[in-house]
Design a protein around this ligand. Structure first.
Ligand code: PRX
Length: 631
């Protein structure tokens, strides 16, 4: 089998330096060369047009393609019988699935035809609210095939959060399942969809994949089973011609205001960048088995379970369950079972599994692993060393990959075994990525040993294009803080060796178990409780989750902590439930009425020795009372 990926895989440090230099000197030729290896229906006539003020970024202008032709059809001749998706079910006793590129192609074409027959057309939005079954990937790819815009919503979000997303993008269809197996639990996914759709006038059809065989309500005229929808439907489909800048998907993510924003990615640039970054960071070679443990509801699942790996013709493992079921050795068991070569997970999972002790690790060989990776939050040195030593057996490079929903792909990371590994450091930018550290005035801090806010000064192909339906918000959030730069919202340090270390968010976003949570979003949910008057939410260091959610709440009465948690569960979902709730008599405010979160953050982190000057507060006396209450 020809290794078509060889030409773009960097295989030495000097090749990295060369690629990086040329990507900065002449970004257009650099990306053009990579893009040329794909199947285009029509070649682009301009590689890049950009203006960070507007913002307006376009790649491969005038180019026409369909991303699914590049991740399916293109592979059929050479590797049609190779495994595309290896599916591991929640229950280890249930038989897994091994789906070849040819089968996946057939399934995607068939479901594409089914969606068209149910009224979905190019440009329509489709919500995917599904468990981690191969059909979730089929659903995404079928949308891409017909030019519908998918928006996957993590199936742990509540009905209210789901309804907000459906309404925001005015989706026409929901793809879901009857239920979801997660560890020992069965989750009523369809019930959540029913409750959500009742609040949305735009949904015309709901297609339900049968997974748990639960007894669910099927709304006549609206709901139909997946297996009925594909009955007698053709497995051939001519992929829709898409412009490089047509929308591929919308993915909602939290920001520092209450409402999640729909990050928009487009077809051409996202394709080129996810392929290139996947190949180089993980050093994937044909025949390798690659496993990313994320859920398709997050960007990691989009870029590095589905799109990146399939574009590279890889075998990607998809896991339905949770790391601790039936025991905390499940990840390691699956690594051995499929002889996984590249394993990619989140620091929170590492810390949680570390806490279960080594016995469950040592039962497994883990000798197939060649590369291990981390994503979603800073990986602390302790977890880094445990992962490197006990899982990677000190022989696997550990790639600490920094990126965001908005960046579409990995931006700063070691390339496994090629560029140096340094504990807790994302390290060096990928070719094509020009990160800068700036001070509060936006001056670039050059040289080593500098710390400030992390920005990127030049566009890369998978940069977000807008926030759906609200371009001003995109401009304000990412392109207004510093002139002519994309602002990431993270702080970073360039150390004495020139390696980048991500220091965490500098805005009102917290990172709970690698999931982004806007404090305002959690506050809005808490405030829904009828007895709550006002609340303020901050993050605090948490041994397993990285950051925990600490809510300071002014309420009409004590003893409603559990009710508040339930309110948040209902408004957003279990991932947003506060770890700690403190009922307080007041919140520290400036004279203009702004809550002083800095003080609350210190109290939540038990750093009350140095609270700074509180005398200028409107209500300085409240600080002492909160400290007393916290202890
Ligand atoms: O704060 C950074 C953190 O996660 C944020 C992005 O979250 P999200 O869009 O949900 O995407 C997560 C998966 C890509 C970033 O702003 N983050 C992500 N990866 C790392 C990280 N922080 C430190 N090190 C990382 N490797």
């Amino acid at each position: 089998m020809k290794d078509f990926t060889r030409q773009h895989r960097i295989s030495s440090l000097s090749e990295y330096t060369k690629a990086y230099d040329s990507s900065v000197k002449d970004p257009e030729s650099f990306w053009s060369d990579i893009a040329s290896s794909f199947k285009w229906k029509k070649k682009w006539n301009q590689t890049l047009k950009w203006d960070f003020e507007a913002p307006d970024v376009k790649w491969f202008l005038g180019g026409k393609l369909n991303i699914t032709e590049n991740l399916l059809d293109r592979h059929l001749e050479e590797r049609g019988e190779e495994v595309a998706i290896l599916w591991e079910p929640n229950d280890p006793d249930e038989k897994g699935l091994s789906i070849s590129y040819r089968e996946l192609h057939r399934k995607v074409c068939q479901f594409a035809n089914a969606m068209i027959s149910k009224g979905v057309a190019k440009g329509d939005r489709v919500i995917i609210y599904m468990p981690m079954v191969p059909e979730a990937a089929v659903a995404m790819l079928a949308c891409a095939r017909i030019g519908a815009v998918h928006s996957v919503v993590f199936a742990g979000f509540s009905a209210s959060a789901l309804a907000d997303r459906i309404n925001d993008c005015e989706a026409k269809m929901v793809l879901t399942s009857d239920g979801n197996f997660r560890g020992a639990k069965t989750i009523d996914v369809k019930g959540v969809v029913d409750e959500a759709v009742a609040k949305c006038g735009c949904i015309e059809k709901v297609i339900v994949y049968q997974r748990t065989k639960s007894d669910v309500h099927m709304e006549s005229g609206r709901d139909l089973w997946w297996h009925d929808a594909i009955q007698d439907v053709s497995e051939e489909h001519q992929a829709e011609e898409m412009d490089a800048e047509d929308l591929l998907f919308i993915l909602y993510t939290s920001g520092s205001t209450g409402k999640p924003k729909g990050v928009v990615h487009t077809c051409g640039g996202y394709m080129v960048y996810t392929y290139y970054s996947f190949l180089n960071v993980f050093q994937y070679k044909p025949g390798d088995i690659y496993w990313c443990t994320a859920d398709v509801g997050w960007i990691t699942g989009h870029s590095y379970i589905v799109y990146g790996p399939l574009l590279a013709g890889a075998t990607t493992v998809m896991f339905e369950g949770v790391p601790t079921y039936p025991d905390a050795g499940r990840f390691w068991e699956v690594c051995d079972k499929y002889q996984v070569n590249q394993f990619y997970t989140a620091p929170t999972a590492i810390r949680a599994l570390e806490a279960h002790g080594l016995e469950l690790v040592e039962k497994h060989k883990l000798d197939s692993l060649r590369v291990i990776g981390s994503v979603g939050e800073p990986i602390n040195e302790e977890a880094w060393h445990w992962y490197h030593e006990h899982i990677g057996k000190r022989k696997c490079p550990l790639v600490d990959t920094w990126w965001q929903t908005e960046t579409g792909g990995i931006m700063i990371s070691a390339l496994a075994g090629i560029t140096p590994n340094k504990p807790a450091h994302a390290s060096l930018p990928l070719p094509g990525i020009q990160p800068v550290i700036v001070d509060s005035e936006g001056n670039e801090l050059t040289g080593n040993n500098v710390e400030g806010n992390l920005c990127v000064k030049f566009p890369w192909p998978s940069i977000l294009r807008t926030t759906y339906g609200d371009h001003e918000r995109c401009k304000h959030t990412y392109f207004s803080a510093y002139k002519n730069m994309y602002f990431t919202g993270d702080g970073a340090k360039r150390d004495h060796d020139g390696y980048l270390r991500i220091l965490g968010r500098v805005d009102d976003v917290i990172n709970v178990s690698g999931h982004r949570m806007g404090t305002a979003e959690v506050e809005n949910a808490i405030d829904e409780h009828p007895k709550v008057i006002e609340s303020a939410v901050v993050g605090y260091p948490h041994d397993i989750k990285g950051q925990g959610i600490y809510a300071f709440v002014i309420a009409e009465t004590d003893g409603i902590e559990d009710e508040i948690k339930e309110t948040v569960n209902k408004m957003i979902g279990p991932i947003a439930k506060p770890d700690k709730i403190q009922i307080v008599p007041g919140l520290p405010k400036t004279r203009s009425g702004k809550i002083m979160r800095r003080i609350l953050r210190k109290i939540a982190s038990k750093e009350t020795d140095n609270l700074g000057d509180t005398s200028t507060l409107l209500n300085p006396e409240v600080v002492e009372e909160i400290i007393k209450g916290a202890s």
